[in-house]
Design a protein around this ligand. Structure first.
Ligand SMILES: [Zn+2]
Length: 197
């Protein structure tokens, strides 16, 4: 019982029609549901922001979505308001199976974003997922979900750095891909020892 499927942020706001829609984001729902049977454990993450979160452009006077700003913890892309706690946009895609073992929420602290399922964007504040996986004896992770170049990328790199055996199923991910972010993410994942399948 050592191989877990980690399903990243398959939520309404990241699917077509959502506030931060990723092209084709809904196309991966059926393949992910089908894959769940193959794993010893299934863990879903859920982006979960309070209203007025610091990653929202609307929280910064004069700033627009997709601008980059400097936060105390480093550079941060500003996003449209998305995945506000308890909103329809924050809910999982209605056809996604959510009968997994664990739902991990992230990005709930107003002053810091969390792309990775393991650490917030200061790369230091833990989410607790490492301890959960270790205490369950899980050593292998397969990642799928949204978006390839942000939350999947940062989760995969952190997982590899923490010593997990990590594969990203690229066919079950979709990317935002702005300013070459997908190519950069693929390189960073390979450099960290992640298998892109
Ligand atoms: Zn977010």
């Amino acid at each position: 019982m050592t191989h877990a499927l980690l399903v990243i942020d398959v939520q309404n706001d990241f699917c077509p029609g959502g506030a931060l829609a990723v092209a084709g984001g809904d196309e991966i729902v059926a393949p992910i549901n089908a894959m769940m049977e193959e794993f010893d454990a299934v863990i879903l993450t859920q982006d979960w922001h309070p209203a007025g979160h610091s990653s929202f452009a609307s929280s910064h006077k004069g700033k627009s979505p997709f601008e980059l700003i400097d936060m105390p913890y480093g550079p941060q892309v500003l996003w449209p308001d998305h995945c506000v706690q308890d909103s329809k946009g924050a809910a999982f895609h209605p056809e996604l199976r959510t009968d997994g073992d664990l739902i991990l929420r992230k990005g709930f602290r107003s002053g810091i974003d969390s792309y990775s399922a393991f650490f917030e964007n200061d790369h230091q504040t833990p989410t607790g997922l490492k301890g959960y996986l270790e205490t369950r004896g899980i050593t292998r992770l397969t990642l799928v979900g949204l978006a390839t170049d942000f939350c999947v990328h940062y989760s995969a790199v952190d997982a590899a750095r923490l010593g997990f055996d990590v594969t990203v199923r690229m066919d079950a991910c979709r990317a935002i891909d702005m300013d070459g972010s997908l190519a950069a993410a693929e390189q960073a994942m390979r450099d960290a020892g992640v298998t892109l399948a």
